[in-house]
Ligand binder design. Structure first.
Ligand SMILES: [Zn+2]
Length: 137
């Protein structure tokens, strides 16, 4: 049991100093919860912030930010498209005609999904790259 009360020192995260520092308790929310604290370094009065909780939060936030900022790679897109695609893969041939959403099986590049039709060409998403192939010849 740790007892806190106004006037006692406690380790709290300081938003101004951006460090966990010694703070003096200014007020209590209730007998077990610290309310406001005053930073012993910069003398800013703010709500008590548990240094352990704060550092955890910072870590998880930066991790999720990184993830959302990262561009989706061809491989990830390919996985997603392959998961959504239904039907059997058709062996790619320059003589066959393909449509958007068709799954093709390319001798060299492996399975891919037709993304866009551009005149006599098809843009196919393969696991490692996006390729423009000729069809319907
Ligand atoms: Zn401070």
């Amino acid at each position: 049991m740790s007892s806190f009360s106004a006037g006692k020192e406690v380790l709290s995260y300081c938003g101004k100093c951006k460090l966990p520092l010694g703070h003096t308790i200014v007020s209590m929310k209730d007998t077990a919860t610290i309310g406001k604290v005053e930073c012993n370094t910069c003398h800013a009065v703010h709500m008590y912030k548990d240094p352990a909780t704060k550092s955890k939060k910072v870590k998880s936030t930066s991790r999720s930010t990184k993830k959302s900022k990262k561009a989706v790679s061809v491989g990830e897109l390919w996985m997603e498209e392959m998961g959504k695609a239904s039907g059997k893969a058709v062996a790619y041939s320059i003589r066959s005609t393909f449509n958007e959403g068709d799954i093709i099986d390319h001798k060299k590049f492996g399975p891919g999904i037709v993304q866009t039709l551009i005149d006599d060409k098809i843009e196919v998403l393969f696991q490692h790259e996006l390729k423009l192939l000729v069809h319907g010849k």
